[in-house]
Structures are given as structure tokens and as C-alpha cells.
Design a binder for this molecule. Structure first.
Ligand code: NAP
Length: 305
């Protein structure tokens, strides 16, 4: 893992402080990376929880007040809110400020934020490949990003020092860094994250539509594989709605390929082609070995049953 150089910020503004934002706040608190952290959220209840947990030095629901004087702003809300947030904060940002984010789609984030940001601020979009199905400031924890990738997608010409500072922030959180083209990011994540979530939402939805007597059996015997899908399908509905709305092309492309492969498997089952099935299942087993060797298999989260 790359050496952890600790970055330092005077005033960090976290816009959105749920699972990801609060986990970052915990890392910054633990490592003393900021003189002052201001947390911004819409609900009074969220801000009260942040204060009770000591995650920030100040809290506000006012976006302009939140970013005033900040040398780092990190947007940690669902992606659908970015346009309105960018519009509100753009004129209030200090010269030299770095604006970053944690959104799960990257080209749409650049398209939403860039028009609103003045030339004298640095946009360094980011995406931690880490998470759980839980939401809100109480669900965060400081080790969430340990050993996970943080993908950075700075637009061409972005100030290198700003990119390096954000990379150092994620290294402090224990992440490995990769700089990536945003469109490439969106294609890769479509197949590694977005389609798997779509499949989980679909299969759990299909089970929900079963007749009552079957439905109760599904829940009773869920350890047969269904349980893992229910965990993924318990992920935040608004966040995932925004992922699919903002990565439409890449998701539809990968979904097309997936549907073709599913049709092939359906045919193999109908015609009794055991060889075709065995060949596929042997290949997929190799992929799992690769994932484990790359240390990207997730050990059970503390919140998991
Ligand atoms: P979360 O726990 O639901 O927290 C979302 C935060 O954003 C809350 O503080 C919420 O404030 C605020 N917020 C929501 N809608 C808003 C709006 N329209 N305007 C202003 N603030 C708003 O979400 P999360 O899981 O941390 O996800 C945040 C971002 O991280 C998303 O863009 C997601 O794509 C990305 N991400 C998530 C994961 C994951 O596994 N969860 C992993 C990697 C990246 P209130 O409480 O006041 O509503």
C-alpha cells in the first residue's frame, strides 16, 4: 500500500453526512486532518445526530454558510442533488478551494458541477469503492475505506497538487488510489456494481410478488442464496435511483450483454446442455479466485448478521 502522507485542511465542509460522509469525518477526526469540520444536511435530526456523535465542529443546513471559507468541500449526497448544490455553492466558494465528491457515477457528476464552479476552484471527483447497505451518520465507521480502492476522475488540466491532496486524504483513510477517465469509470462500475444491484432489486422484487404461501417459504429458507440478495437490495432507494438515472448508457450496454448471456443459459437449461453450464460455472469460479487474490472480497461488515 502507498505511504500514508497526512494532508491538512483548515476548514472542511461535508455536504451530506450519511454513511460515506460520516465515515470520512471519523477518519479526519481520528487523524487530525482538519482544523474545523462543518457538516451540512437538510434534516435537523441529521444535524443533531452529527453533533451528538461529535463528528463536526459546526453544523448547518445552509449551503452558502457551509462552504464559506472552506479550503475543501466534499459532496456526499445522492447524485440527483448535485446540480442544485453546485448552483448554490458556486458563487460562495473561496478561491483555491478543492471541490470533491464520493458519488458512484463520475461523468454525470462532472457535467452537473462544472458549469457552476468558478475557474479559481479545483474539481477533483472521487469514488470510494466501499460501502454497506446502511444509511445515515450513525452507520459510518472509520475503517470503512481500509484496503478499498478510491477512484479519482479529475477532468483534464486539473491542478496536480489538488489531485495529490485528495489522493493523500484517501490514503489516510487506508484506501488505494487509481486515477481514471470518468467514462471508463462508469463502464467498469456498471458491471461490477450497478448491474449486480439491479439483479438484486429484481430478484427480491420477484420474490415479493409471489403468492403468500411461497413468499413465507422464501424468507424462511433464505440462507440458500436469497439472503445475500436481500442485503444488497436493502441499499438506499434514492441513492440507487440516482445511480441508474445518471449512468444510463453504460448500464443499458452491460444489461444488454447480460440479457444475451442469460438467454444462452436459459436455452442450455431447456435443452439439457449440461456441458455448457459446467463450462460457464467453472469459468466463474476462477473469477472468484481472482477477486479473493486481489483482496476485494468483503469480510462480513460489523452491521451484518
Ligand atoms: P446516506 O447515508 O443516505 O447520506 C446522504 C446524506 O446526503 C445525508 O446527510 C442527507 O441529508 C444528504 N442529502 C440527501 N439528499 C440531499 C439533497 N437533496 N440535498 C442535500 N443533502 C441531501 O448516503 P451515502 O450512502 O453516504 O451515499 C452518499 C453518496 O455516496 C452517494 O452519492 C453515493 O452514490 C455514494 N456512495 C455510496 C456508497 C454506499 O455504499 N452507500 C458507496 C460509495 C459511494 P439528510 O439526512 O438531511 O437528508
Amino acid at each position: 500500500m502507498a505511504k500514508r502522507k497526512k494532508p491538512h485542511f483548515k476548514r472542511v465542509c461535508l455536504i451530506g453526512i450519511g454513511l460515506i460522509g460520516s465515515s470520512l469525518a471519523r477518519v479526519m477526526r481520528r487523524d487530525g486532518l482538519a482544523d474545523h469540520i462543518v457538516a451540512c444536511a437538510r434534516k435537523a435530526e441529521t444535524l443533531e445526530t452529527v453533533t451528538r456523535l461529535g463528528l463536526a465542529d459546526s453544523v448547518t443546513s445552509d449551503l452558502v454558510e457551509a462552504v464559506a471559507g472552506a479550503d475543501l468541500v466534499i459532496i456526499c449526497t445522492p447524485i440527483g442533488a448535485y446540480d442544485a448544490i453546485g448552483r448554490a455553492i458556486g458563487p460562495a466558494l473561496s478561491p483555491g478551494c478543492i471541490v470533491s465528491d464520493v458519488g458512484s457515477v463520475k461523468q454525470a457528476v462532472i457535467d452537473a458541477l462544472s458549469p457552476h464552479l468558478p475557474d479559481n476552484v479545483h474539481l477533483v471527483p472521487g469514488h470510494p469503492i466501499a460501502g454497506t447497505e446502511h444509511s445515515g451518520p450513525e452507520s459510518g465507521f472509520e475503517t470503512l475505506f481500509e484496503g478499498r480502492w478510491a477512484l479519482l476522475t479529475p477532468p483534464a488540466g486539473t491542478d496536480r497538487k489538488a489531485v495529490e491532496k485528495i489522493a493523500d486524504l484517501w490514503r489516510s483513510a487506508g484506501s488505494r488510489i487509481e486515477i481514471m477517465d470518468p467514462v471508463h469509470h462508469d463502464q467498469v462500475l456498471a458491471i461490477t456494481s450497478h448491474i449486480p444491484h439491479l439483479i438484486a432489486y429484481t430478484i427480491v422484487g420477484t420474490a415479493t410478488d409471489l403468492e403468500d404461501h411461497l413468499k413465507s417459504e422464501v424468507i424462511k429458507y433464505s440462507a440458500g442464496g436469497f439472503r445475500d440478495f436481500t442485503r444488497i437490495a436493502a441499499s438506499d432507494p434514492v441513492m440507487w435511483r440516482d445511480v441508474f438515472l445518471n449512468n444510463r448508457d453504460a448500464v443499458l450496454e452491460m444489461l444488454g450483454r447480460f440479457s444475451e448471456d442469460l438467454a444462452k443459459l436459459q436455452r442450455a437449461i431447456r435443452v439439457g446442455d449440461g456441458d455448457a453450464m459446467e463450462e460457464l460455472f467453472t469459468r466463474t469460479r476462477e473469477i472468484r479466485r481472482g477477486v479473493v487474490e486481489a483482496q476485494q472480497h468483503v469480510p462480513p461488515m460489523p452491521q451484518d448478521d
